[in-house]
Design a protein around this ligand. Sequence first.
Ligand code: 3HC
Length: 285
Amino acid sequence: MTEIRTIGVVGLGAMGGGIAQLAVEAGYETIGREVTQEFGDAAAARIGHFLTRKVEKGQLTADEREAAVARLETTTDLEEFARCDLVIEAIIEELEPKRALFAELDRICRPDAVLATNTSALSVTEIAAATTRPERVVGMHFFNPAPLMPLVEIVQAELTSEAAVAVAVEVGSRFGKEVVTCHDTPGFIVNRVLIPLLNDCLRVLDEARVTPEALDVAMKNGAGWPMGPCALVDLVGIDVHVHAAEALYALTRDPRMAPPARLMTINNAGLLGRKSGRGFYTYEG
Ligand code: 3HC
C-alpha cells in the first residue's frame, strides 16, 4: 500500500479548511491550495484559531499545536501537488470544474498518488473518468464541520481499486473518524437520506405555516436533532444544499430530492447561510 506522508487539499473553504486541519493534527505534511494567497492565509489563520481553542480547552498541548501549524503549507500553485501521496479535492460542488481539476491533478501527481473527492452528491465515477487513473480515484466524503463530525464515507467508484479504498480508509481512521465504505450511488449513504429529509422539513415551513425558529424547536425537541433543519442548512450553506439537491434530483428524478422553491429564492437573493452572514437566521461577525 502507498505510504501516505504528504496530503494535498484543494480548496480551503469550510470543508477543505476542516480537512486540512484534520490532516495536520493527524501528523501529515499538508499542502493546501487556494486561488489567492489571501484566501490561503485566511484559511491558515482559521485553522490556527481552532487549534488555539483546543489548547485553551486542554485538548492539545501548545507544542502539539505548534507542530500541527508547522505542517501546513499554503500555495496557489497546483504544481506543488507533485509532492503529494494523496490529494483531497474540496472545491465547488459542480461536475465540470471538478473534472477539469482532476484532469490537471492527473497530469501533475505521481502515478501512484491517490486522488480523492469530497463531493457530497456528484458521481465519483464521472469525476474519475476525467483522469487516466480511475483506479486511483476514490470518494472521501466528510461532514460539516469536518473537524467535529465523526464520520467519513469512503466511496468506491466503478473502477476504484481495493488498494485506493484501503488508502482512504487508513487515512480516514488516522484522522480519528468512524469510517464507512459504500458504492458510488446518488447521495451515498447519509445524503441519500438527509437531503430529501431536509427538503421535507423546509416544505413544512410553508405547509404548516411555521417560522424557521418554530420548526427548529420542533425538530430539536421532538426528534432529538442536535440542531434544527434551518440552522443546519445555514451551517452547510444554502448554495451547497441547493447544489447537492439539484445533483441528486438530476441523478434520481425523485421529486423529494429537488430543492424547495423557498430555498431557491433565498439562494438567488444571495443569502447563503452562516458564511454570508444571513440565511434563515442572521449571524454576527
Ligand atoms: N472547524 C473546526 N473547529 C470548530 C468548527 C469548525 N468549523 N466549528 C466549531 N469548532 C470548534 C470550536 O473551537 C468550538 O469551541 P469554541 O466555541 O469553544 O471555540 C468547538 O468546536 C465546539 O463547537 P460548538 O460549541 O459549536 O459545538 P457543539 O457541541 O455545539 O456542536 C455541532 C456543534 C457538532 C455542529 C453540533 O451542533 C452538530 O452535530 N450539529 C449537526 C451538524 C450536522 O448534522 N452536520 C452534517 C451536515 S450534512 C453534511 O455536511 C453533508 C454535506 O455533504 C452537505
